[in-house]
Design a protein around this ligand. Sequence first.
Ligand code: SF4
Length: 216
Amino acid sequence: MRLTVDGVALEVPPGTTVLEAARSAGLWVPTLCFDDRLAPFGACRVCLVGVEGARGPVASCTTHCREGMVVHTQDALAGRIARNVVELVLSELPAPPAAHTELAQVAARLGLDATGGPAAQRWAGAVHEQSHDHRHPYLAFQHELCISCGRCVRACDEVQGAFALTATGRGFHANVTAGLGHGFAESSCVSCGACADTCPTDAITERFLVELEETR
Ligand code: SF4
């Protein structure tokens, strides 16, 4: 199957997504809910690209390549939507994401100010209240940093098969809980760490790191 991405001619096997094709050509496409260890989810709308003949930008992680497709990863409308989405995500956080997190790095690559400057003020409004859960012996939940990408829930289901995490709430109140709200002690968590490993914001991370930060 042949297509071009940003003018680069590619030949890919059937079933290849546009995101996979772009990355195989060394092109960067921003993502937040995507993890190549997990089934594509298509929720964050940050990986949008332009496709000639399409009515608008498409999510590259869930769109399969077609013969003769012409893809533009630098499509102006796709880029504008991605930047707005990431700015809105940032605007709901009570503090800028740590520099090492995937969210901070995606924001930087998109040319956004993730430090609470003018971009955050442009979308000024309610921010998540701090809510920490330290009931797990090794992991900490920092619920206020959850951006509802669903990666932890899917990692727990698809990688570990533990089904310990559940997405909860809607819109601004969307979040994740362990053990149907009774915490990790009541859940089927086996402490594999897959959720922390995939989290793009440190909403789930190693407990000792959070406790270390809290003592500073
Ligand atoms: S550490 Fe527990 S909650 Fe996280 S992915 Fe593994 S089993 Fe699921």
